[in-house]
Design a protein around this ligand. Sequence first.
Ligand code: PLP
Length: 456
Amino acid sequence: MIQPPPLNTAELQAMDRAHYLHPFTDHKALGAQGTRIIERAEGIWLWDSDGNRILDAMAGLWCVNVGYGRTELAEAAYRQMLELPYYNSFFQCANPPAVRLASAIADIAPAHMNRVFFAGSGSEANDTVLRMVRRYWDLKGQPQKKTVIGRINGYHGSTVAGASLGGMKPMHAQGDLPIPGIVHIPQPYWFGEGGEQSPEDFGIWAAQQLEAKILELGVDQVAAFIAEPIQGAGGVIVPPATYWPEVKRILDAYEILLVVDEVICGFGRTGEWFGSQYYDLTPDLMPIAKGMTSGYLPMGGVIVSDRVADTLIEEGGEFFHGYTYSGHPVAAAVGLENLRILRDERIVDYVRKDAAPYLQERIAGLIDHPLVGEVRGVGLLGALELVSDKTRRARFAGDGRAGGLCRDICVRNGLVMRAVGDTMIMSPPLIISRAEIDQLVELIWRCLDLTAAALK
Ligand code: PLP
């Protein structure tokens, strides 16, 4: 193999500026500041092209569940590339890793979900969701049942269907979204929107917005409700304890499908295999991606309940839907090995019994910092609300300026956390040790001090 000549940071940045359009990026701002080039990683640590070591408290984009540097995953990809680098799953074909991965995922999914449709990403998974939901109701003889209810500030991807199902206003504003047949209800974000209500009352209120919307549209028009168990990109929004039970009561009362987007919560993040198990939900469809391969290769999918799969299979004939890379053998081989690691190393148990209680206990202490108005989290997801006055849940002026400042200070001090407005969020690799959690919390405290000083 011929290696390209090495480039230094300035050369890479110049090339990047000239040719590379990044996702979710203001290129003018990026051009002025220069891209941060990440060169290598190990465990929970990243190294940039200037040799700085950075604690990755986001596991990439919520995906590197088993941590960086697992040679078994590289070997699985290498072996599979030599054996069969690609073949499609159209036209009555399959390949061994994809078949085995579908079966392995069915083993860990809720008991009533036994089939998997493969995609290339979480966004593609949600495009598949929309196609399947519509097809299901057509086959049930209710073609008017087409409207999907999502949530404001939910995130389900960036394709036209994914961005429409999601409720991100800035995304909708760029491209005339959502597409017809998708509507949104308020999110269960007590800290930001709960006003004077208690979290419990607000959770009931937010859930009842679903019932109000179903009744407004007419139950014969509503196909499905889609939600993340815990909103990730929206700001690690952990719903009040009353929310999901009330949503379940409403779903039981009306005949609509439940789509639980497990792209972030799946594969151990909450301390259960899936967020649906954490909240005791009975989904009809579960889009998955990210932790499915720990991000080592792109892959997504939809886990399908027997109710939906049986209808599609028994009554549907050919479903005109699929992707060139559905069931990609190399991604599937990596997914299988990733599941083996999660299972054999008891990583999900480790999260539930050890890492998550410890992380939550340690970050809870950050409430003593003057900048922090709330700390919340489940499993290895966490959020800190930055406030100017914690007694009143008062925000800083500048619409996200404090969060942006804190995020930049974090990076300069060797820590990746993400800012959503003034909410600082984390989602570290599941293999983070107790000692590393201590390091993480010390770093956060130091960066909060620096942020507080910069805001004065
Ligand atoms: N669904 C959720 C809950 C997500 O968080 C994401 C990505 O962050 C997606 C879907 C889209 O996944 P992808 O970026 O792989 O298309």
